[in-house]
Design a protein around this ligand. Structure first.
Ligand code: ADP
Length: 533
């Protein structure tokens, strides 16, 4: 039995040291990091002390049994402190903390400098003194207080990740402390000393569970674990070799190699760890970005809602302005002087323009919110176009452009469409042609065509105006798109009309497009819808 104790405890000591080094290698982030490192080192010290106790070679050089007792109570005390700081700092009466610390110091004084707790050491056993019960109870008190603090921590947090961390710590420490108490505190009481070496092995469970909890298990990337396992195995293999050396020179040589390799393994794990944390940081940035994006989408939605609301409110007074201006112009409220007529005409035109702009914004916000509603009906597109032309007559006449409308008088142009929205599109296209044609002609037409056995109706507006630059063409129907030449010609445009038109036409399962041979060479706009027969 005894010949396996030393190799096994060496492994336990090495694992403890490596775990503490891993935590220290990430850079100390909190007090609980330090405490964990100390717990792991105390646990390693315990293993080493037991190795020393069983080793013939070192047996009498140090009082190893005192060191085992010191490290065992140190672990219990540190566990209590760890529970105060992990995962969060938790408040506890200062008096209790001072009392626990003083008790720790006093007990260790008794361990090292008196025989109140441990008496004489004989061979592989030792004498238990009357104060041993106090020592054992204090260890249990530290653990119980630690469990109580963990329970408090668990209650006070709603964070599922933190709760999981606490569970890890609790399960590991509870199992290892209850298991270790049997061979290390109860058995010696019954003068059974041959199992004390199990203590550090059970404690390793606690150290590992604390370690997992601290790394928040997500950092357990395969890469880090793999590097760690390989490094640990190499170091263990080298360590075991030390027990089989035949000369002092070989011992020195192997110890040097072991130290160098441990340092290199430490650096290797550290660098792999760094890589993993950097990747995590990037992942975090990506989620932050996603969050910011969600927030922006939400703000964008709120903006659309605001625009929708505001424009809706603007519509009613505008309709009143337009209505009264038209009433005055028609002479219903009495005769007008030329001066007043001109002024009212300006008011009428401006309120008309404003109504169109408001309608565009209203439509856009509804498109963006997905609340635009259509009421489809079967209509004769010819009637609709004629109505729009009649409404635009004052504009057409004012512009002194040669205007024409052509369609077969004997045919009907039946389509399935939202009348009001389509009126807006037709008005916008004709209005644009007039706006962007300083002089020349505008020809509107309605035609039928048959394509792949489907009957279509094509509405077109062709002008001899400023034309469209081929570079502008691809983004002509985009939101707020205004060409440079268009800007010069008509400074009041919004660049929304064509965007809205495209959206509405697509909802009608139709097509809208523009053609132009370039700047100054006129433009043509087409809308194609399926014919209803
Ligand atoms: P707005 O006319 O209010 O600027 P539109 O969306 O109706 O907005 O038109 C977008 C742009 O397309 C205009 O600014 C203009 O540059 C160009 N455009 C539209 N119709 C014509 C046309 N008939 N001839 C030349 N350019 C046009």
């Amino acid at each position: 039995m005894e010949n396996i104790i030393q190799p096994v405890l060496s492994i336990v000591a090495i694992i403890n040291i490596i775990l503490s080094l891993i935590i220290f290698s990430r850079g100390i982030r909190s007090f609980s990091d330090v405490i964990f490192g100390l717990i792991a080192l105390a646990s390693a010290l315990w293993s080493i002390a037991i190795i020393g106790f069983y080793s013939e070679f070192y047996k009498f050089s140090v009082n190893w049994i005192l060191i085992t007792h010191f490290s065992a109570i140190l672990i219990a005390f540190l566990f209590f402190v760890f529970s105060l700081y992990f995962p969060k700092k938790i408040s506890l009466n200062r008096f209790v903390i001072y009392l626990y610390t003083i008790a720790f110091l006093i007990v260790n004084y008794f361990v090292f400098f008196t025989d109140i707790i441990i008496g004489d050491v004989f061979g592989n056993s030792y004498e238990i003194s009357s104060g041993y019960l106090g020592y054992a109870l204090l260890i249990m008190l530290y653990f119980l207080s630690g469990f109580f603090l963990l329970f408090k921590q668990y209650k006070s947090t709603k964070d599922t990740a933190q709760r999981k961390q606490i569970q890890y710590v609790f399960i590991g420490s509870f199992l290892s402390s209850t298991l270790a108490i049997i061979p290390d505190l109860i058995f010696p009481y019954l003068t059974i000393f041959s199992y004390t070496w199990l203590g550090p092995i059970f404690t390793l469970m606690m150290v590992i569970s604390l370690f997992i909890a601290m790394l928040r298990y997500k950092l357990f990337s395969i890469k880090v674990i793999f590097t760690e396992i390989i490094s640990v195995l190499i170091v263990i293999a080298l360590l075991l070799e030390i027990f089989f050396v035949e000369s002092t020179t070989e011992l020195i040589l192997k110890v040097i190699v072991l130290i160098i390799l441990t340092i290199f393994s430490f650096l290797l794990v550290k660098s792999v760890y760094k890589e993993v944390t950097q990747r995590e940081k990037i992942e975090k940035l990506a989620t932050d970005l996603q969050k910011a994006n969600d927030r922006l989408t939400e703000l964008d939605k709120q903006k659309s809602e605001f625009v929708s609301f505001a424009t809706h409110q603007l519509r009613a007074p505008l309709t009143a302005m337009k209505g009264y201006a038209s009433l005055i112009l028609e002479g219903d409220l009495g005769k007008l002087s030329t001066q007043i007529r001109n002024a009212i005409t300006r008011i009428y035109d401006s309120s008309n323009t404003l109504t169109n702009i408001v309608d565009d914004y209203l439509n856009i916000s509804r498109i963006e919110l997905g609340t635009i509603k259509y009421s489809f009906e079967t209509i004769n597109l010819k009637d609709l176009v004629e109505n729009v032309i009649a409404e635009l007559k004052p504009n057409i006449e004012k512009s002194q452009i040669a205007f024409s409308f052509h369609s077969d008088p004997n045919k009907k142009f039946m389509v399935h469409a939202d009348k009001d929205k389509f009126k807006q599109i037709v008005a916008n296209l004709i209005d644009n042609s007039i706006k962007y044609t300083p002089s020349g002609s505008v020809a509107v037409s309605l035609e039928k065509k048959s394509e792949h056995g489907e009957n279509k109706i094509v509405f077109s507006v062709k002008d001899t105006g400023i034309g469209i630059d081929p570079l502008v063409m691809p983004k002509l129907f985009a939101k707020f798109s205004r060409a440079e030449n268009g800007n010069r010609q008509n400074i009041h445009g919004t660049g929304l009309g064509l965007f809205v038109a495209k959206e509405i036409v697509s909802s009608h399962k139709g097509k809208i497009w523009a053609e132009s041979k370039g700047e100054g060479k006129g433009s043509a706009f087409f809308v194609e819808l399926e014919e209803v027969i």
